[in-house]
Design a protein around this ligand. Structure first.
Ligand code: C2E
Ligand code: MG
Ligand code: MG
Ligand code: MG
Length: 282
């Protein structure tokens, strides 16, 4: 019976489950250690204006400089950070590093917006907006130089606190982008009520070109109803870049235009190519 099964499940020692639990605890311990020892760094990937092909925005992507494992990518640690709540602390560090780099760029005479990925847990903190405002001020940046990337489910299913945070940061001039668009369950009715500046079409859709051009066209048509600008993610070839421009993408991002790299490398690139944004505030 189910009852017996249930009882058996509780009584039987599952080494596999225990091992998993144990390694999660170990990972949590090393994450905490990594945070306290400042082992997290931020790389930046350019987002290009489709018309001028100049850098418009730089996306901050966190990396873990692990003492033994080397450079660890976010898919390896973000899920546990979100589950444990450590993402609030990590996210704060990422925002600070991103704004610090923005300040440094401006001093070197370059202008670019910075975009930062934000998790649900961060936006559920009632004073998230106050933190953003304080950090902008501390680094001499104005709101319009910062963009926050959120997933579509986060925006659509958000409660009062999240909605308030979004309203408050938008009042500072901060722009909002929906990340990985086309991979979640889109409630277009709800989504169209939200004020969104950019929609980033997910790499999995973009990489399906040219076969799914019709699908992307339909998605773009819906995005235009929301008055959001279109960004295409995951562009790896010139052909796909051209197809996305043809389909109406305003901005392009992907390995073809540049991989995520350390801040110094971005500065070198900006020295060579310049960038397309007008100066905002200094
Ligand atoms: P995302 O925000 O959608 O970022 C795009 C990911 O796709 C990045 O992976 C980037 O390196 C990769 N990518 C960009 N262009 C291409 C391309 O042309 N081809 C391919 N194959 N990949 C490309 P990354 O850096 O490993 O980040 C993965 C995800 O981790 C991000 O997806 C984002 O959701 C999350 N993440 C990264 N940094 C942060 C952070 O500071 N906070 C939070 N909450 N999440 C973060
Ligand atoms: Mg992103
Ligand atoms: Mg994305
Ligand atoms: Mg993506």
């Amino acid at each position: 019976s189910a009852k017996e099964e249930g009882r058996n499940r509780f009584c039987t020692f599952e080494p596999q489950f225990y091992a998993q639990f144990e390694s999660e605890l170990e990972n949590l311990t090393s994450l905490r250690e990594g945070l306290s020892k400042d082992q997290f760094t931020v790389h930046f990937q350019p987002r290009i204006n489709a018309r001028t092909e100049k850098i418009e925005t730089l996306e901050a992507l966190v990396r873990w400089q692990h003492p033994r494992r080397g450079l660890v990518l976010p898919s390896e640690f973000i899920p546990l950070c979100e589950k444990s709540g450590l993402i609030v602390e990590l996210g704060a560090k990422v925002l600070r590093q991103a704004l610090k780099f923005l300040q440094q760029m401006k001093k070197a005479g370059h202008q670019s917006r910075i975009s930062v990925n934000v998790s649900q847990r961060q936006l559920q903190e009632p004073d998230f907006h106050a933190f953003v405002r304080a950090e902008l001020e501390k680094h001499g940046c104005c709101g319009s130089e910062l963009e926050l990337e959120l997933t579509e489910t986060l925006v659509v299913d958000s409660g009062e606190i999240i909605r308030n945070n979004l309203t408050e940061v938008r009042a500072l001039g901060v722009t909002i982008a929906i990340d990985d668009f086309g991979t979640g369950y889109s409630n277009f009715a709800r989504l169209s009520e939200m004020a969104v500046d950019y929609i980033k079409i997910d790499r999995s859709l973009v990489m399906g070109l040219p076969a799914n051009a019709g699908l992307i066209q339909a998605i773009i048509a819906m995005c235009k109803v929301m008055k959001a600008a279109i960004v295409a993610e995951g562009i790896e070839t010139r052909e796909i870049a051209d197809q996305m421009i043809e389909l109406g993408a305003e901005e392009l991002q992907g390995y073809y235009f540049g991989r995520p790299v350390a801040p110094e490398e971005i500065l070198t690139r900006l020295e060579k190519d310049g960038n397309g944004r007008r100066p905002c505030c200094m």
